[in-house]
Design a protein around this ligand. Structure first.
Ligand code: 16G
Ligand code: ZN
Length: 530
């Protein structure tokens, strides 16, 4: 039968070739591309089982996001366009590690433990980024899907969030949008053009300098521009025509180095943004009139979104509760601002989109962002209905109805399946235009505490264990006490250490009153971990 067939194809075309054990990490499997072939093939198999289990279309994305060109990765997408649930990660890990002749047995094991009806259809949508290794790996995934007699929708080049969007559309009978790349541009562009049609701006300039990290964002933003009818001008930088993927550019580089990417000649007055390699993160930045580089990261984007949505909800005369979700990396000033000034509840969760997304579902409107620029807004089903009803309620006064209409349109501009650089960019631009703000205006809400991130190479990063959304360590013994002691010597000091979920290192984050102190604090905490 099919499962036996999967075993034959495995041995003949995608043999297991790796010594070390691998685990399905924070965002799937990620490693040197040459080691991934059999893993991706097996994820093709798993995605078919997962589709049968869910009775819907699942997805597979081939990408390693902001990692170097030599790496690649694979992650699975659930039927609502969200990440595969954590409970299935162990199946992915098991399947990736078994030998070729144990494979059929492992598949049977999954079928049994999840009580999967194997006779159901298995349908999987596949997308990939621009890496040189992506087409071959994408083929490995397709081979896996076909080996189990699954149906494959091969979309080729996509940003990660585009694939999430398409999978969601495929499972919701078009109510979320058309399940095509074209449908994606149409939905976003229609909302953007509507929201920006009669803007009269003095301070906001409709000109964005966009660093695409030489990744898949470049061809996709070009496509988008064709649909925007000139309502936004974008200068594409690092668009893949010469530079190397993620090399000295992209959202991760800019965030970690707190410096502009190569290829962008930053001058005061310019509004700039960077995508990461697969288009699911964005950060903004500009040069102040004093000539200082200033970053508008995920925290700044979250507060911009939340404040604006809050106002629209109030003007629409709706009662919807809003919450903001962050991780330990959120700048302390942002958390204080949201709590004390905006008076919006803040939750802190462990690093990784799956945790943020899940927590955001607790609110009518849940805004979540990682400081690194990955985030979106979730509207509960009841909130969505209330907003749509209010927008079409003809008994309301003009101002209220217009606000509700605007809120409904902003909702259409947001990719709720996952953080999406293209969608987030369009929302930021809409809000800045509607407020007639420059970057400096936006930035003035609060001042970030200087911070520093470092990574520490250790023998075994898993010796460090954490609690309290990664803000405190429980192991090794004595580490947290030592960190507390060091931190107490710094004004506005805060620091934590956590094992990375994507690299073999321990990450240390520190913030303090000055950059020199933040640097020193990170270093001192790093020495405790080492
Ligand atoms: C992955 C996560 C990202 C997280 C990062 C942290 C997803 C889709 N991506 O890229 O959210 O910030 O890992 O990596 O979940 P780290 O554990 O190595 O610090
Ligand atoms: Zn990414």
């Amino acid at each position: 039968e099919d499962l036996e067939q999967a075993g034959i194809v495995s041995r003949e075309k995608h043999p297991h070739s790796l010594q070390q054990e691998v685990t399905y990490g924070t965002a799937g499997f990620r490693m040197r591309a040459e080691n991934l072939d059999h893993i991706v093939y097996r994820m093709g198999l798993l995605s078919v089982l997962f589709s049968k289990f869910r009775s819907g279309v699942t997805g597979i994305m081939i990408t390693a996001s902001h990692n170097p060109e030599e790496d690649n990765g694979v992650k699975l997408i659930d039927t609502m366009g969200e990440m595969m649930p954590i409970s299935w990660e162990k199946h992915a890990t098991d399947l990736a590690n078994v030998s070729d002749h144990q494979l059929v047995e492992a598949l049977k094991e999954i079928v049994k433990s999840e009580a999967i009806d194997i006779t159901k259809p298995g349908i999987v949508s596949v997308g990939m980024d621009t890496r040189i290794s992506s087409p071959a790996l994408s083929q490995a995934a397709i081979d896996g899907i076909k080996a189990l007699n699954g149906e494959c929708h091969n979309f080729g080049l996509l940003t990660t969030p585009q694939l999430h969007y398409i999978v969601c559309c495929e499972n919701t009978q078009g109510s979320y949008g058309d399940p095509t790349e074209e449908g994606y541009y149409n939905k976003l562009a229609t909302a953007f053009v509507k929201l920006n049609k009669d803007k009269k701006c003095v301070n906001y300039v409709s000109q964005l300098f966009l660093d695409l990290a030489n990744g898949v964002g470049a061809p996709k933003v070009r496509e988008l521009l064709k649909h925007l009818n000139g309502s936004l001008n974008i200068n594409l930088c690092n668009d893949g025509s010469s530079g190397k993927l993620n090399h000295q550019c992209g959202a991760d580089f800019v965030k970690v180095c707190q410096a502009p990417p190569v290829g962008v000649n930053l001058e005061p007055g310019m509004r700039c943004a960077s995508f990461d390699g697969d288009g699911d993160r964005i950060v903004y930045y500009y040069k102040t009139s004093e000539g200082k580089f200033s970053l508008l990261d995920g925290d700044k984007i979250a507060t911009l979104f939340a404040a604006y949505l809050n106002e629209l909800v109030k003007s629409s005369q709706l009662k919807l509760d809003m919450g903001l979700v962050q991780t330990a990396y959120a700048n302390g000033s942002s958390t204080a601002y949201i709590t004390d000034v905006m008076k919006v509840p803040v939750a802190c969760v462990p690093t990784g989109v799956k945790y943020l997304h899940h927590k955001a579902q607790d609110f009518d409107i849940g805004v979540y962002f990682e400081a690194n620029g990955h985030g979106t807004v979730l509207f509960s089903e009841s909130a969505r209905k209330l907003i749509v009803n209010q927008a079409s309620n003809s008994s309301l006064d003009k101002v209220t109805k217009e606000a509700a209409d605007r809120l409904a349109t902003v909702m259409d501009l947001i990719n709720q399946t996952v953080g999406d650089a293209i969608s987030d960019m369009l929302v930021v631009e809409t809000i800045l235009a509607s407020r007639d703000w420059t970057c400096q205006d936006w930035d003035s809400a609060y001042t970030d505490l200087p911070s520093r991130q470092i990574k520490v190479k250790v023998e075994n990063r898993l010796l460090v264990e954490t609690t309290d959304a990664e803000r405190r360590t429980t192991k090794p013994p004595g580490l947290q006490e030592a960190i507390d002691e060091i931190v107490s010597n710094y004004k506005h000091g805060r620091a934590f250490a956590r094992p990375s979920g994507t690299e073999d290192v321990v990450r240390v984050y520190a913030e303090a009153d000055t950059q020199a102190n933040a640097d020193k604090l990170a270093y001192e905490v790093g020495m405790q971990v080492y």
